[in-house]
Design a protein around this ligand. Sequence first.
Ligand code: SAH
Length: 494
Amino acid sequence: MAGKVTLVGAGPGDPELLTIKGRKALEQAEVVVYDRLVSPALLEHIPPAARRINVGKEAGHHSVPQAQINQILLEEALAGRNVVRLKGGDPFVFGRGGEELEALAQAGVAFAEVPGITSAIAAAAYGGIPATHRDYASSLHIITGRAREGKLPDIDFEALVRTKGTLVFLMGVTALPTIINGLLDAGMDGGTPAAMIERGTLPGQRRCGATLGTLPERAAEMGIRSPALIIVGGVCSLAEKLCWFERLPLHGKRILVTRPKERAGTLSGKLRALGAEVVPFPCVRTSPLLPCPAMEDALGRAAEYEWLGFTSAAGVEAFWSCLRGMGKDARALGGVKLAAIGPATGKALEAHGLTADLIPEVYDAGHMGRALAKAAAGRILLLRAEEGSPALTDALADAGAAYDDIPVYRTFYDTPRSAELREELEAGRFDFVTFTSASTVKGFLSAVGADADFRGFTGLCIGKQTAREAEKFGIQVKIADKATIDALVALANV
Ligand code: SAH
């Protein structure tokens, strides 16, 4: 089969600023060739079996020369593979996308291009600077500030000044003084509003607001580094009014999320939406204990139970796999009532068309046990973790309720050691670490070592039990007032 290369614009940094078409191309890729400015989160769309080739500059190393990149694309496509060439921003805006496609066209290799959102417009937008505005600019100019082989950048400053439009310089950090002097010498007013946006659209975004005359000094004071835009023009005066991104409540906060990967979505998504930089680091994983003869037997006699109790989404999934494996579906439950420990477990049931009849007022094992004991007259079936909390069964036993407690999944907290994470934590690079269960604390400690210095961050804990586990190791904690993701998120947001 003939191979193909799809050149995809990755957007400016925020991983959600990838186009739908770009994401689809990534999901179909067999080989992905990517650059330094591409967000690691985007690589998660790539099928696990696909090969990843990083041709970008890493600190201290040189990037792969353009001719060699062209060669890699050619070879992979000629070998019949579906290749995605992923480039920061838009591939055709100072991205050499044209050069790469020329090489493919010449060799007769099939290709397509998926445009991306360019940083030239998006990083400015996240900095509160609209590229044009009827009161300030009627044209927009995107210019490279990159000097070729040590020479000064070849820019016609007089022509630029005459446009009276918004000027956006990419790759201009090194040449900043040359650019500013060029504009001043060409007659632009030193009081013209100007700005720089560093790491635009990313959680660490910084904005330097100044005038043309003061920009080099202000940028030096702030230590602005690449990647950054230089923006010159009246539109920059709107930034103070419009810089919505920097004003997000968790902007500038860095948070480690230890929740298992398959369940990190809502927590990470909510924290990101509030402006936090989320670093996923799954510290526990669960695996259903299947086949599970005890569960099969119990489900085969489902009608003998009055209640079925779940304490996690993992339990619901193990139950559902078992039921489907028996060739049955929800009808096998007949009139059995369903209890869930909290809304997330309730949602996992909803995904299979089942509605929880009972969710305790407080989402923990003890409250669930007491609520179930009160509601139940008949037998209760609990399908939960191998090391489920005794608080649940104690409450049932105390009330004299009849129950069967069947372990249906196992939790692993054998997270591999990460010296890198430990170093970052000890250097104070994280504001918060989230703990959604006592087992995430165990997994976290397995990764960083119980003897690490935990003073640099606060642990955000879903409940008292989780907090107790963290406090044992000297971690400072804040405890959610309800065992929900929203309450956990609220802890970061004060
Ligand atoms: N094709 C890319 C630009 C590549 S040139 C695009 O369309 O965005 C690289 C330059 O882009 C950097 O030197 C910097 O000036 C700019 N840039 C890229 N990402 C940026 C970001 N997140 N914030 C600010 N500037 C960025």
